[in-house]
Design a protein. Structure first.
Length: 332
């Protein structure tokens, strides 16, 4: 017969520190009934209900699963960020900086000028020889010496003008445009100018060429003009000097920067021919007609050769070499 339930005793324990009594349904001992004997074994967790069982160690499979989820989350965030940056780069507006900025500084003056009207005709390059006129030239120079009294004023570190050995060498080292006027006081209206020119030193964006029909004032020798300019990279452009309402001279673009295979790049010799006949002016290089301009603003004026060390960020030092200059009359 099974003995009645009895509350276990806790020896050597004060009432204040005694554990909470067990419920009648709990037992400190588990009784295992056997067919022949009754055996009891001690269960420490039942004996002390306040003692918690230690948590099971983390599963290695769970650790791997969490690591995989973390890697996937990081990969997804990285892909989103990179995709946003790529799309933002494609949609960002592009800022374009002009390859060439030609600025010709002149002292302000007041000129009364008619409203300009001009027409530009770009001619498809064709090989056309430029025969030498048989009439005597209005002006010519082989540049063997300075018998024509060119202005050879030079300032070390700023600019220099040299003549000799068959060449006129213009060099600017101060990010300016240096012109050299044809000597004398003659005014040229209708003519054909021929000259051999080489861009011998400087950046590819530096220019060189010819001013025609220029006009001076009390402070500047070239306030209004037409400027035909070649560049070291094989391009050309045409500009017109005008005076605005405030008296300042500005360069207006008649023919924007245009590349042409007829133009020899830096170091190559270009045979330049400019034909001015009334309002029509034609630029030819190496026997090929590049462009024709029709403009009635200026009918005559001075002529100058030049080299340009513009724009200002360009490293200082631009040099152009001219030879075999001649100006012939042209009949209308």
């Amino acid at each position: 017969m099974q003995p009645p339930y009895q509350q276990p005793q806790y020896p050597n324990t004060s009432p204040a520190k005694s554990p909470r009594p067990l419920a009648p349904t709990q037992a400190a001992y588990n009784i295992n009934h056997d067919a022949t004997t009754e055996q009891a074994y001690f269960n420490p967790y039942l004996n002390n209900p306040y003692e918690l069982r230690p948590p099971p160690p983390p599963s290695r499979a769970n650790w791997k699963r969490r690591s995989l989820l973390l890697i996937c989350a990081l990969s997804l965030i990285t892909s989103i960020v990179l995709g946003y940056l790529y799309v933002n780069t494609l949609t960002k507006p592009e800022t374009t900086v002009p390859a060439k900025l030609v600025t010709v500084g002149v002292t302000p003056t007041h000129l009364v000028q008619a409203t300009p009207t001009y027409e530009v005709t770009t001619v498809t390059p064709t090989v056309a020889p430029s025969p030498t006129p048989t009439t005597p030239p209005l002006f010519s120079d082989s540049f063997q010496d300075n018998n024509n009294a060119w202005d050879l004023t030079s300032i070390a570190g700023k600019y220099s003008v040299k003549i000799g050995g068959g060449s006129l060498v213009l060099e600017d080292d101060d990010n300016k445009l240096l012109w050299e006027l044809i000597p004398g006081t003659k005014v040229y209206s209708d003519f054909k100018l021929v000259v051999d020119a080489t861009f011998s030193q400087g950046g590819q964006g530096n220019g060189y060429g010819v001013f025609i029909r220029g006009a001076s004032n009390q402070n500047s020798k070239l306030a209004t003009y037409y400027r035909f300019e070649l560049y070291g990279d094989g391009t050309y452009a045409v500009f017109k000097g005008v005076v605005d309402a405030t008296g300042n001279s500005q360069s207006n673009t008649l023919v924007d920067y245009t590349s042409d295979p007829a133009i020899q790049k830096q170091g190559g010799v270009n045979h330049i021919a400019i034909i001015a006949n009334g309002p029509r002016m034609t630029l030819m290089v190496n026997g090929q007609s590049l462009t024709t301009i029709t403009d009635n603003s200026y009918s005559s004026g001075s002529i100058a050769l030049f080299v340009s060390n513009l724009p200002a960020p360009t490293p200082p030092g631009a040099q152009a070499t001219f030879s075999n200059l001649a100006i012939y009359p042209v009949s209308k």
